[in-house]
Write a protein that binds this ligand. Sequence first.
Ligand SMILES: [Zn+2]
Length: 347
Amino acid sequence: MVHCDSRRLGSRIGVLLSACALFGPTIAEGIEPAAPRRSAFRAQNAEEAAAWRAASRAELFRLMRMEDQIAAHRLDNQGRSALTLDARSLSTEPSPRGRFARHEIEIASRPDRRIRVVVTIPTNASPRATPAVVCIHGHGGNRNIVHDPSSPYRGFATALAESGYVTLSTDVGQHEVQGAERTLMGERLWDLMRVVDLAASRPEVDPRRIGCGGLSLGGEMAMWLGAMDERIAATVSSGFLTTMENLRVGHCMCWDFPGLQEGYEFADIYSLTSPRALQCQNGLRERLPGGFPIELAERAMADIRRAYRADERLDRVQLATHAEGHVFDVAFGKAFFDTMLGPSDSR
Ligand SMILES: [Zn+2]
């Protein structure tokens, strides 16, 4: 998109020059290409791509120990799950400017696990006509921080709520597995799928216009949710696109689980989102070395584009490069949701 490129050019030159001066060769030059992955995307056309996605989702749900949950998760034609949410409203309050109401709702993620979700509902939302976005925080955050304009999330959830979106956020930062038979990543993903269940159950929400977005670990979980839950029509994954080689150094290893690295790169996981809409955001002032450098993001995006090219949907994928560091770019994200989920109904 033009607005992405126009914003990146000037500052990018300066950042790259300073990176070279400090560290010699760029980060990308210092990292060997990854070895071929067993289940990597290799499809040449849409039919082969669809078969790869179905097989890969089945394998990944198995590796994340979610097979029984997915089998029980049966959806109707409106995207509503057969599993009961047992939703309970804990509190409701109007937003300061009266554009939306903030609800704290508790749902059953599993029969033995209840989670809290902050849900914002636009004032005067029309039945089954409102887009919704699941807003996801990263390490050290919680379900409220995506509404904080002074945080790295820049209050993107509030920006969407004030523009007429339903927003939903829950806590995904746990590092201890709750169920002995599960995996950490599987539990985080399942909680988020249950939040999508809550979105699809809301009378205001158009179930064809549900998106997700997040930063850092939240960008990672947006990747997983967009990849594995086909109800997600648009994904904004900020501050995460990179390679596994890079994420093995200086990062929390909670992204890993047995079998993942043998089969897949992150570009393959993102490729599961095709042909649905995907924006990845990376900042030019990411921490170097480490962080999520733009050179590696561009390399990974080239791989992701192969999937969208096979589906003939290159218009639905983009790398939005912004001039800041490890933050969520609200303008890029909101513009993408507006384009891909359609205009919200209360503006
Ligand atoms: Zn972690």
